[in-house]
Design a protein around this ligand. Structure first.
Ligand code: AMP
Length: 168
């Protein structure tokens, strides 16, 4: 059955990508577990390999930035896992679990803080994208653009998680 968007505005959907560094390091499962164990629900999941054109659509806000070429090279260097995650304030909650963009500054206990270590200074000196394992929609506008970009309706599923018993 395809998913209908929740009428409750507090129940959000957000896009999460395990980037090529996370897939190649074989920690996708650990990353997804961190998100799942909060009670947030995966309603869509697929493995795919981005093209340059698709990367430009996904990162339309960054295309004109100095680091874009390196970001695109990185994002098309290997497959990614794409997830649509649903739940109460899912956008903000996933960003909290993921941590700050720069791994060096990301708090311990966050995914980036615990599993990655790059800095802006190092990435910029080398002319490479910062390897920070994950993309997560930045806000409601981003999520509303990114979820339908990555998933069509038939790829998103409606089911009840056990946690919903405690949130009714
Ligand atoms: P977003 O996930 O939307 O924040 O996408 C921007 C991505 O570009 C970040 O996650 C990093 O991987 C990368 N990035 C951002 N700023 C820089 C930078 N100054 N140097 C290299 N890579 C960057």
């Amino acid at each position: 059955m395809t998913q209908k968007t929740s009428k409750d505005p507090l129940i959000e959907r957000t896009l999460v990508l395990v980037k090529p560094d996370g897939v190649e390091r074989q920690i996708s499962g650990e990353i997804i577990t961190r998100i799942e164990r909060t009670g947030l629900k995966i309603v869509g999941l697929k493995m795919t390999w981005m093209t340059k054109d698709f990367a430009k659509k996904h990162y339309k806000a960054h295309v004109t930035k100095a680091f874009y070429k390196s970001l695109e090279d990185f994002m098309i260097s290997g497959p990614v896992f794409a997830l649509c995650v649903e739940g109460i304030s899912a956008i903000e909650l996933v960003r909290k679990i993921v941590g700050a963009t720069e791994p060096k500054s990301a708090a311990a206990g966050t995914i980036r803080g615990d599993y990655s270590h790059h800095s802006y200074a190092y990435a910029d000196k080398k002319g490479i994208a910062i390897k920070n394992l994950i993309h997560a929609s930045g806000d409601k506008n981003d999520a509303e653009y990114e979820v339908p970009l990555w998933f069509n309706d038939s790829e998103l599923f409606e089911y009840k998680s056990v946690h919903e018993k405690h949130t009714l």
